[in-house]
Design a protein around this ligand. Structure first.
Ligand SMILES: C[S@@+](CC[C@H](N)C(=O)[O-])C[C@H]1O[C@@H](n2cnc3c(N)ncnc32)[C@H](O)[C@@H]1O
Length: 296
């Protein structure tokens, strides 16, 4: 195995580092406009490259509920923030780690624009702000991210969290390589997403689906899939309040007719499991004698 700091083999580019700087010279943006290079001491605890400076704002995924699934970086940034904003339910989850004198800006679907304007004003006044997102920002969180960016007037960095989709994959023991993630929990036209769900299932992939409260819930998703020719015997699981007060249902696609809460996520399994392919000739495992066919 090559040493960690070895030069890249001839003909290969050196690993990319933001701004073309060495890894110990992070760059961060202040109000998204100016860029400065920050020299860090050798014993610096790595955090997010852009989470320092006079006018920091960052969007953080807090995980699916239990703070056991909040990353160390997310926790550090929330504890350190002067302003913590987010939907009321999300703020409630991180409440134990928000510092006492921090400004809390909770919001709901109706007042989010006005509340985000308050966050933007504090950010522009130089306060360290965090906007907390449920799960991971990059799973069904971009419309809210766009709202935060619109309020602030510039792009904002994200710190990923653990998504409910990942916890679903863990509970259902499915691999994302063979699984398509889809969300209907968004504003606008969801028809292309519905079509994509059918294509994914027709391709023999599993689907992890975030339903849309309250007009495209698990039973509506199941009915839609059946109407479009998906086999009613496909195994389905619906999980509620993952990592919190979990409850789950399992059955066939054509049996999925119950009502579930708005904190639910659905797994539709492919009718046949993907072969592991561990013992394919390309894996090299058999030639090396490491794995015998059928041993796993
Ligand atoms: C706007 S989406 C945000 C998803 C989030 N960004 C994530 O990565 O999990 C909100 C929906 O995600 C699903 N969800 C979020 N957390 C969940 C949990 N702990 N258990 C089950 N479903 C959850 C629910 O369907 C909820 O209505």
């Amino acid at each position: 195995m090559p040493a960690r700091n070895a030069s890249p083999p001839k003909g290969r580019a050196a690993p990319l580092v933001k701004g073309g700087k060495r890894p110990d010279a992070f760059q961060y943006s202040s109000c998204g406009s100016r860029r400065r290079t920050l020299r860090l001491p050798a014993d610096h605890v790595p955090t997010h490259p852009r989470c320092s400076g006079p006018a920091m704002i960052v969007c953080i995924g807090i995980g699916p509920g239990s703070l056991d699934y909040l990353t160390a970086l997310g926790k550090h940034l929330i504890e350190d923030a002067e302003v913590v904003a987010g939907f009321d339910t999300v703020l409630g989850l991180v409440a134990p780690i928000i510092r006492e004198n921090a400004t809390r800006i909770g919001m709901n679907y109706r007042d989010q624009t006005a509340r985000l304007d308050e966050v933007a004003a504090l950010h522009h006044a130089g306060r360290r702000c965090v906007v907390a997102f449920m799960g991971d920002v990059h799973f069904s969180g971009f419309q809210f991210l766009e709202r935060v960016e619109l309020a602030c007037g510039h792009k904002i960095d994200t710190v990923p969290g653990i998504s409910s989709a990942q916890i679903m994959a863990s509970r259902g023991r499915v691999c994302f390589d063979e699984t398509t993630f889809l969300t209907f929990h968004r504003r606008g036209d969801v028809e292309p997403f519905k079509r994509h769900l059918i294509h994914a299932l027709e391709d023999g992939r599993n689907a992890i689906v975030i339903p849309r409260p309250w007009d495209f819930m698990p039973r509506d998703v199941a009915a839609y899939a059946l109407e479009h020719g998906i086999d009613g015997s496909c195994p389905v699981e619906v999980w509620e309040a993952l990592t919190q007060s979990e409850a789950s249902w399992a059955g066939r696609l054509d049996e999925c007719t119950a009502e579930f809460s708005d904190l639910s996520i659905m797994l539709i399994r492919a009718p046949a499991e993907f072969p592991s392919q561990l013992n394919s000739p390309e894996s090299g495992a058999i030639q090396s004698g490491a794995i015998q066919p059928g041993a796993v």
